[in-house]
Design a protein around this ligand. Structure first.
Ligand SMILES: N[C@H](CCC[C@H](N)C(=O)O)C(=O)O
Length: 274
């Protein structure tokens, strides 16, 4: 049985988006990794599964799976893509995504840019999570990173120059550091001004991506906590820029940026190992 999918991306961070029909064929980590494979499968950074919402006030339940088959509670760029997909489907510019990290209100503006309320960051060590009670603003690691959770774990390193560290070399080691019992997404940031930063992210389970939405949120939260940037900051990544605001009134983090459908297709799940 062929399953339809939408191939989408947020600033080059790319996704295969399917609905729950795929789940009937057994969606194992092995099969997700095979589908995400860029040579033998469809290829993507994350595999996104839509199901009917089961919480009051939500329009859809979204699950995010990394290219290695692991599940994440949050994916900012994919959340914008799902909001865009819903708008194109039902004509409603405002929708609410149910995720493992909570209910995320989303809105598509007249220019087609999507804003997702990513909710409040979790700042306590136990919520990131970390393996021991430490100050999340200054982790006991070389490079003195800060850590938060945006529904998924992030560590942010602030570099004088982006060229000081190669994410492809440092990223995998840090992703698997014992301080991160659930691994972590590793951000490498260079503050450019009070209103702008450069960021590259080695993503847990997917490697270096062209953009990372939750990583951009985490980097701005960590930079504000350190007094490095204002609460609204432009985050410039290899694939493009997002606008992030850590709202003072309620502590929620708003992320605004584009969402793009590259193509649609279909695949036979049984053709992939499970
Ligand atoms: N690799 C992340 C999930 C995807 C995050 C990223 N693609 C985004 O846009 O937020 C994790 O395992 O927590």
């Amino acid at each position: 049985m062929m399953i339809p999918f939408s191939k989408m991306h947020g600033l080059g961070n790319d996704f295969v988006v399917v609905d729950e029909r795929v789940a009937r064929h057994g969606l194992t980590p092995v099969r997700i990794a095979a589908l995400a494979d860029r040579h033998r499968g469809i290829g993507c950074d994350q595999f996104v599964v839509l199901r009917p919402a089961c919480r009051e006030g939500a329009d859809v339940f979204v699950r995010f799976f990394n290219a290695d088959g692991s599940e994440s509670g949050a994916c900012g760029n994919a959340s914008r893509c799902v909001a865009d997909l819903l708008w194109r489907g039902d004509g409603r510019r405002r929708n609410v995504l149910q995720t493992r990290a909570g209910l995320l209100p989303a809105a598509v503006d007249e220019a087609g840019l999507v804003t997702v309320d990513m909710g409040p960051p979790a700042l306590d060590w136990g919520d990131v999570p970390l393996a021991e009670p430490v100050d999340t603003l200054h982790l006991p690691l070389p490079g003195d990173p800060a850590a938060v959770s945006m529904g998924n774990p992030h560590a942010t390193f602030f570099l004088a120059d982006m060229l000081d560290l190669d994410p492809v070399v440092a990223g995998p080691l840090l992703e698997h550091d014992p301080l991160f019992p659930e691994r972590a997404n590793i951000g490498f940031a260079q503050v450019l001004s009070r209103e702008a930063m450069r960021l590259r992210v080695w993503e847990r389970g997917s490697g270096l991506t062209l953009a990372c939405g939750s990583g951009a949120c985490a980097a701005v939260v960590n930079a504000v906590r350190r007094g490095l940037v204002a609460r609204t900051c432009r985050v410039e990544m290899d694939g493009g820029a997002l606008s992030i605001t850590w709202r003072e009134e309620d502590g929620h983090v708003l992320m605004t940026g584009p969402a793009t459908t590259s193509f649609v297709g279909s695949f036979d799940p049984e053709a992939y190992p499970s």
